[in-house]
Ligand binder design. Structure first.
Ligand code: NAD
Length: 512
């Protein structure tokens, strides 16, 4: 235990066997099977968590409904005060939670810490927001009438999260939802349930220290079947789901069938355009981190590099050289650049994608493969690879959640933008150029069709202050900063008559 995992688990309240269903400080024994959480870093069993069943889910939702009655009438700035305390509680365990995220999910310790920092930042953002849930005032067409709109809490927010951001995505949703007056039921990924469990312990302590009722923030654990409890439940007006496009389509159908709201954050197929006017040092560094960081397991990972033909060879040679220097190994060891994939299933998908793209005509510039030997016993470590390809290849159109970078060539900027947009997904995009005209075209209505478009920055590593999300098969949802909070509230338009008459709108007369 050279990395201090045992001590971290202890501080986070995680035992070798844990219940997984909680309304806050209270935990429900469902008698169901346990999910074993293995670390992709070394293949070791970290701990087990019990799954939620329908009966326990029922208890959780009834408790959440009760809690909502109380929570929604607490003034928003007072709800903000609770979130402020949650932010402080997270500051106290930043190192331990960052370590658990790294060990359970496989991202580097630095990125694990970064994820917890993002949680702290969104708490701060939400505290400020708790005094800024503004509505508009309109001018009524009728005399002595006042018209305005206000935003009210929505109810239970169901949160379904993916394995790759096992804690931050929950906080983007829950901290905003909490200041909005909602209560949350969270189903973390079955591939990273311990990170969810740790967060539940942290938040429950703050809520009970403030004598708040059970049910404001609940946890349920399991696979897609437990996720379906939320998507099919009429008592859950909003389901915020992060994960694959395949999952998003199923959740959207289930929620849509009952005319609920869904907020979807799905797969990306992000590209960087490198023009002949790029600062090459920035372009190479941006592409490198974007493509191999988190072993290619970010929704915003750079999957396609679209390079102008005049600088194509230079980019290719420099990138190949940089890949040669990558150190792959245990994510907790800070000398390593690239950690493992989440599990062996992901390794199979990675190998399959390489095989398929080669069959389509792709040329491997930096060879992929699975690493074996000392330090790689989990079988989850793969080599980041670069493949020369064409944009229309089936595999290039598809998001493979692994470090495979496709290198594509273009002649004119119009062509580059067309290629960038010609995929089913629409999450993140970037252009590397020092030419103002190129940059502005890329950001204009004629440019990138993505939810995120950057200049001289890679595709990954968004800040919490902006609205995060993407178009097309990425699902259209927006989370985190800007006015993303509006998705978590219901808007009410109010018209008040303080005249002595009852004038009707549109000048309609209705006298008897
Ligand atoms: P996944 O789709 O396999 O699972 C995500 C979550 O959905 C899990 O909690 C899972 O149990 C649940 N789920 C699956 N099917 C469901 C169903 N039918 N009903 C209800 N719940 C269901 O995704 P993953 O492998 O954990 O994560 C990787 C994917 O997530 C990638 O596609 C990545 O791009 C995407 N992602 C997107 C964002 C974003 O903000 N756009 C962020 C992180 C990850």
């Amino acid at each position: 235990d050279q990395y201090g995992i045992k001590a971290a688990l202890e501080k986070l309240g995680i035992k070798s066997e844990n219940l997984g269903t909680s309304t806050g400080a209270q935990w429900i024994d469902t008698g169901q099977e346990y999910i074993s959480s293995y670390s992709p870093a070394d293949g070791a069993l970290i701990a087990k968590v019990q799954q939620t069943d329908q009966e326990a889910y029922e208890k959780v939702v009834v408790q959440a409904q009760e809690a909502f009655k109380k929570w929604k009438v607490i003034p928003a700035p007072q709800r903000g005060e609770i979130v402020r305390q949650i932010g402080n509680a997270l500051r106290e365990v930043k190192a331990e939670l960052g370590k658990l995220v790294s060990y359970e999910m496989g991202k580097s310790y630095q990125e694990g810490l970064g994820e917890v920092q993002e949680m702290i930042d969104i708490c701060d953002f939400a505290v400020g927001l708790s005094r800024q849930l503004y509505g508009l005032t309109m001018h009524s067409e009728r005399p002595s009438h006042r018209m305005y709109e206000q935003w009210h809490p929505l109810g239970i927010v169901g949160i379904i999260s993916a394995f790759n951001f096992p804690v931050a995505v929950w906080s983007w949703n829950s901290m905003i939802a909490m200041v909005c007056g909602d209560v949350c039921v969270w189903k973390p990924s079955e591939k990273a349930p311990l990170s969810g469990l740790a967060c539940q312990h942290i938040i429950a302590k703050v809520l009970s220290a403030n004598n708040l009722p059970e049910g404001i923030s609940a946890l349920i654990v399991g696979d897609y079947k437990v996720g379906e409890y939320l998507s099919r439940d009429r008592r859950v007006p909003l389901v915020s789901a992060t994960g694959s496009t395949r999952m998003g389509k199923l959740v959207a159908q289930a929620v849509g069938q009952r005319l609920g709201r869904s907020l979807l954050e799905l797969g990306g197929n992000n590209s960087i355009i490198v023009t002949e006017n790029a600062d090459m040092d920035i372009a190479i560094r941006g592409a490198l981190f974007g493509a191999v960081g988190t072993a290619g397991q970010r929704c915003t990972t750079t999957r396609r590099l679209i390079v102008q033909e005049g600088v194509y060879d230079e980019v290719k040679n420099r990138l190949v050289a940089a890949y040669g220097k990558l150190v792959i190994g245990n994510p907790l060891d800070e000398k390593n650049h690239v950690g493992p994939l989440i599990d062996q299933e992901a390794v199979k998908m990675y190998l399959n994608a390489i095989k398929k793209v080669k069959a389509e005509g792709g040329k491997e510039l930096v060879q992929g493969g699975v690493l074996q030997g000392e330090g790689y016993e989990s079988g989850c470590y793969v080599k980041p690879c670069i493949i020369e390809a064409e944009n229309h290849f089936e595999m290039v159109q598809h998001e493979t959640f692994a470090p495979i970078l496709y290198l594509l060539k273009y002649k004119t900027l119009d062509q580059a933008i067309e290629m960038q947009n010609a995929v089913p997904q629409g999450l993140s995009s970037a252009i590397m150029t020092l030419n103002m005209r190129e940059a502005e075209i890329f950001l204009s209505a004629a440019g990138s069709d993505c939810g995120i478009a950057n200049v001289n920055i890679g595709t990954s590593g968004a800040e919490i202050g902006g609205a995060f999300g993407g178009e097309k098969e990425t699902g259209g949802g927006r989370e985190s900063g800007s006015d993303a909070w509006k998705a978590y509230m219901r808007r009410q338009t109010n018209t008040i008559n303080y005249s002595t008459a009852l004038p009707l709108a549109q000048g309609i007369k209705f006298d008897i």
